[in-house]
Design a binder for this molecule. Structure first.
Ligand code: NPW
Ligand code: ADP
Ligand code: K
Length: 508
């Protein structure tokens, strides 16, 4: 499913109408019928409904809904609190209602409804909201009755993750053709409640220029009957330092659970006994270094490059001068797929060798959380959160790398300008080590030779589902990164069986 911004949506609308010849009232009729069905399914008990309509096409959708409800025996009232001087398709809907004898309420009612429908503003809204509309939005939120927003909660901008005040707090948002940015990114998405997308007949080609998708259609690679461990990938994970050995172990366990044929950890010799005694299936390679990796480890790692199908660097590595030289040296000399996480990213920022990314011939994957990304780019965390998708894309295309930007949502941006957004996962995953698990999952999939884009989409999705399962089985407060790793098998099963429910459903 693609995710659009307001201008892209209006150009898709225009293309549907002007190029494909679908009359705009047909689109509005389908939008309002879908809205009607979604409300009937979600709120079957709601028979007394108040619809609040604005003056644009969002109001038009809402007025067409009033007609469907009226003709199906609902006790439905409507308000036009911003004025009755409507134009275009919205006026057409208003005129039909008047001919049916349905007049708008002249005053704000004091209550008596099971449900409020918010059709004040949709994609045509540009914040900030004016005085008059502000009062209406505040009033809707004060009623203490479930609210359904048409297209977007009025007051939000379709393009932004930001919560503008005031804006409607919806329990259900029914959007049309494609979800918009505000439906998928936090915190704005919290104002939308459950999101349902109605197919209103706009062909997918009408938005062909948009390269932003929600991750949903992932495929688990087959394991042929005649495989042997040598072709399922031998991955090398480099990192670990005194006090931070666990991070690398979590990544290593995640690799094994994700399916790697062989997993090795490259660790400071002084700490290798810890890995030897804690890891069972995974092997350890002692590298120069006592409490953390010595710079001499660099050449040794490079000398082993033919043995490994993918390399991940940085989990529990520590942030220090020699670490910077190791990371920059690996960027320059390692020829296979390379993933940088945690201190691998911090050492990259501190070592100021980002330009090396552009020169790499094999795929490079960076998996920063917002703090690490802030160090890499110099942008503030607030600015990154406000421009989450666009900045991920800016970085991946500028530096010719794959960027997995992690927050409550995760964006996978590719060097050729695509972005895939994961809506999976749960707040229970906001724990130390969960990112190390993701680094392991992704490295494992890269190591078995999957197409990089497919590996990242599957890995991020699988990790999110594993987190959801751990949350479900244990408790949101109690899960740790290793619980998530132990749920990877069940996550694989659910993806293969098709039993993962969509985060945003599409109705026709
Ligand atoms: N074929 C189609 O096109 C389809 C479209 N569809 C529907 O159309 C919706 C988009 O409709 P839209 O473009 O008419 O804009 P909409 O969201 O109703 O808002 C415009 C109104 O808001 C006002 N306004 C704006 N900013 C404001 C502010 N800060 N403070 C106060 N007022 C402000 C603005 O006032 P103006 O700027 O004109 O003075 C105008 O009156 C879309 O969300 C979907 O529901 C579906 O039916 C599917 C087919
Ligand atoms: N509220 C949330 N909802 C969904 N996923 C989350 C949430 N908070 C964190 N996560 C996920 O958990 C992981 C945390 O990674 P990271 O911040 O790198 O942790 P660490 O470095 O401690 O391992 C990321 O994959 C992130 O997307
Ligand atoms: K609305």
């Amino acid at each position: 499913m693609k995710v659009l911004k307001a201008a892209e949506m209006s150009s898709a609308d225009r293309r549907a109408i002007e190029y494909y010849g679908i009359p705009s009232v047909v689109l509005m009729e389908r939008a309002s019928l879908g809205l009607f069905r979604a409300i009937r399914d979600e709120f079957p008990y709601a028979k007394r409904v108040l619809v609040v309509a604005g003056k644009g096409n969002n109001g038009g959708d809402a007025l067409a809904l009033v007609r469907h409800m009226h003709l199906h025996g609902y006790k439905v009232d409507y308000l036009l609190p911003l004025g009755e001087d409507l134009k275009g398709d919205a006026k057409l809907q208003f005129d039909i209602l008047l001919k049916l004898g349905k007049e708008p309420l002249k005053e704000f009612p004091s209550g008596g409804y099971d449900l409020i429908v918010d059709g004040l503003f949709g994609t045509g809204f540009r914040p900030p909201v004016d005085e008059k509309a502000s009062r209406v939005i505040v009033w809707i939120n004060s009623l203490g009755v479930p609210v359904v927003s048409v297209d977007i909660p009025s007051g939000l901008s379709a393009d932004k993750h930001t919560i503008y005040e005031p804006s409607v707090r919806a329990d259900l948002t029914v959007t049309f053709a494609f979800p918009k940015v505000c439906h998928v990114l936090h915190p704005a998405a919290k104002r939308c409640g459950k999101v349902v997308v109605v197919d209103i007949g706009i062909p997918e080609q009408a938005a062909e220029g948009v390269k932003r998708w929600i991750i949903g259609d992932v495929e688990v690679p087959k394991r042929e009957v005649d495989v042997h461990k040598g072709i399922m990938g031998h991955v090398l994970l480099v990192g670990g330092s005194l006090g931070k050995t666990g991070a690398l172990m979590i990544s290593a366990r995640a690799c094994t659970r994700t399916g790697s044929g062989l997993v090795s950890v490259g660790v400071p010799k002084g700490l290798s006994h810890i890995f030897e005694s804690s890891l069972v299936e995974e092997m350890s390679i002692p590298l120069p270094g006592d409490e953390r990796l010595d710079e001499k480890a660099l050449n040794l790692i490079l000398s082993m490059k033919d043995r490994f199908s993918a390399l991940a660097v940085g989990m529990g590595m520590d942030r220090y001068k020699e670490g910077q030289r190791i990371v920059c040296g690996l960027l320059e000399g390692w020829e296979g797929p390379l993933l940088l996480d945690a201190d691998g990213l911090n050492n990259l920022s501190d070592g100021k060798c980002l330009e090396l990314l552009k020169r790499r011939k094999s795929p490079t994957v960076l998996t920063p959380h917002v703090g690490e990304f802030s160090r890499l780019t110099g942008y503030s965390k607030e600015y990154i959160l406000e421009n989450f998708i666009d900045l991920a894309l800016e970085f991946s295309t500028n530096y010719s790398c794959y960027l997995v930007l992690k927050s409550s949502r995760t964006a996978v941006a590719t060097p050729d300008g695509k972005v895939f957004i994961s809506l999976r996962g749960t707040p229970a995953m906001a724990k130390g080590g969960v990112g190390d698990a993701l680094a392991g999952v992704l490295t494992s999939l890269l190591g078995r030779g999957m197409h990089v884009e497919d590996a990242l989409k599957l890995g991020v999705f699988l990790h999110g589902i594993a987190g959801e399962i751990a949350h479900e089985k244990l408790h949101r407060e109690s899960i740790g990164a290793m619980d998530l790793v132990e749920c990877i098998p069940e996550a694989y099963k659910r993806i293969e069986n098709g039993t993962v429910t969509d985060s945003i459903s599409l109705i026709v």
